[in-house]
Design a binder for this molecule. Structure first.
Ligand SMILES: NC(=O)c1ccc[n+]([C@@H]2O[C@H](COP(=O)([O-])OP(=O)(O)OC[C@H]3O[C@@H](n4cnc5c(N)ncnc54)[C@H](OP(=O)(O)O)[C@@H]3O)[C@@H](O)[C@H]2O)c1
Length: 338
């Protein structure tokens, strides 16, 4: 079987492939024949060596897959050979076959495609965890989300609708205005003064989701109303393009604000740091997944797929994201060749 690896830290040329034996599941694991693997922005950052929580090089990225169960280890419950499933792999999902802990594998309802399933876990889990679990979201709450046309952005828009939100402001590149508006968000072109726009419109938002980092974080904080919550969950401004730029990464880190709790107290605002990969309570994740699966089955959420690339074209797929071309989720096709 084939597996994608990041041979070393760097640009798109750091991506390589290995051919190896099909892995066997240990106790409590299942082996899944992968049909789709989701690409996340974090995969690009870890290729550039800018992601603290990644394994040592060489390694295989890939947090999420959908596919068909081929083999069971001992002591596996609730999963059978032949099941269509979605799985949270942690790392290693960019592969034709993966072995995963059975508690991170969920059978798919018949009406959910492999595309939709692989596009769901990371983006919707993150948005759901932020809004519902951390955010204590109430109907009518307003939201600001950046990278609004991307994976987490479109997931946030759909969850906001399902939760009967108030205004949802989405920043994204100017050429994505129509797409962002079609998702029910109010588009603000990337680089425009979103703080002024939001203050003028509604005084401030209840929830601001910032995956950008750097000085952008303080602007998101300023866009909050009294009692509002900021969630810092990424650092995309550490990335300049396909090639790693240490200066850009250092500048992101240097300009990210350090919050003063006394000033936060006086303005009644909260700041959460959110990293689903470092979240420790598995029961919470499983509960989120079950809630999201229900929402998906009844059509309340339906992941937007930008494109599906054969896995051999993984560098092209990642370049498409670096070029800010995606509207929705980008997937890799690992299904067995016909
Ligand atoms: N903490 C967590 O647990 C967690 C989980 C999931 C995702 N995240 C973070 O959430 C963000 C969104 O993730 P995603 O996977 O859904 O990705 P995504 O939003 O689909 O990422 C691609 C989009 O990001 C925007 N972008 C901003 N800065 C960029 C840059 N330097 N290079 C290329 N594109 C850039 C571009 O859209 P525009 O040009 O339209 O802005 C691009 O189309 C990322 O920062 C990611 O690390 C965090």
């Amino acid at each position: 079987m084939k597996r994608v690896i990041y041979a070393k830290k760097g640009g798109l040329d750091a991506i390589d492939f290995v051919d190896e034996e099909v892995p066997s599941p240990s106790t409590g694991q299942v082996r899944v024949e992968v049909h789709r693997a989701g690409i996340n922005f974090a995969d690009l950052m870890m290729r550039q060596g800018l992601y603290g929580a990644a394994p040592d090089f060489p390694f295989t990225p890939g947090y999420e897959v959908s596919g068909i169960v081929q083999e069971l280890g001992d002591d596996v419950e609730g999963i059978s050979i032949g099941d269509r499933v979605v799985a949270l792999t942690g790392f290693g999902g960019y592969a034709e076959q993966v072995v995963v802990d059975y508690q991170r594998v969920w059978p798919l309802p018949e009406n959910v495609s492999f595309d939709a399933a692989a596009a769901m876990p990371v983006t919707y889990l993150t948005a759901y965890h932020i809004l519902v679990y951390l955010g204590n979201f109430k109907s009518g709450d307003s939201i600001l989300v950046h990278h609004a046309a991307g994976g987490v952005g479109t997931a946030t828009a759909q969850l906001a609708k399902a939760l009967k939100s108030g205004n949802v402001y989405g920043t994204a590149s100017a050429n994505k205005a129509a797409f962002v508006e079609a998702q029910g968000m109010i588009h603000i072109p990337r680089g425009d003064d979103f703080v002024k726009r939001i203050k003028d419109d509604i005084g401030g938002v209840h929830h601001a989701l910032d995956p950008v980092g750097g000085k952008h974080v303080m602007d998101s904080y300023r866009a909050l109303r009294n009692g509002g919550r900021l969630y810092v969950f990424g650092a995309s401004s550490a990335v300049k393009g396909p090639k790693r730029s240490m200066w850009t990464a250092i500048n992101m880190w240097r300009t990210t604000p350090r919050f003063d709790p006394i000033r936060m107290m006086n303005s009644n605002k909260a700041v959460f740091g959110v990293h689903m990969g470092m979240w420790k309570d598995e029961d919470v994740v499983r509960q989120h997944m079950l809630e999201l699966a229900k929402m998906m089955e009844i059509g309340l959420i339906d992941p937007i797929i930008d494109s599906v690339y054969r896995f051999e074209d993984v560098a092209l797929a990642q370049k498409h994201i670096h070029d800010r071309g995606n509207r929705g989720k980008v997937l890799l096709d690992f299904s067995p060749a016909n």
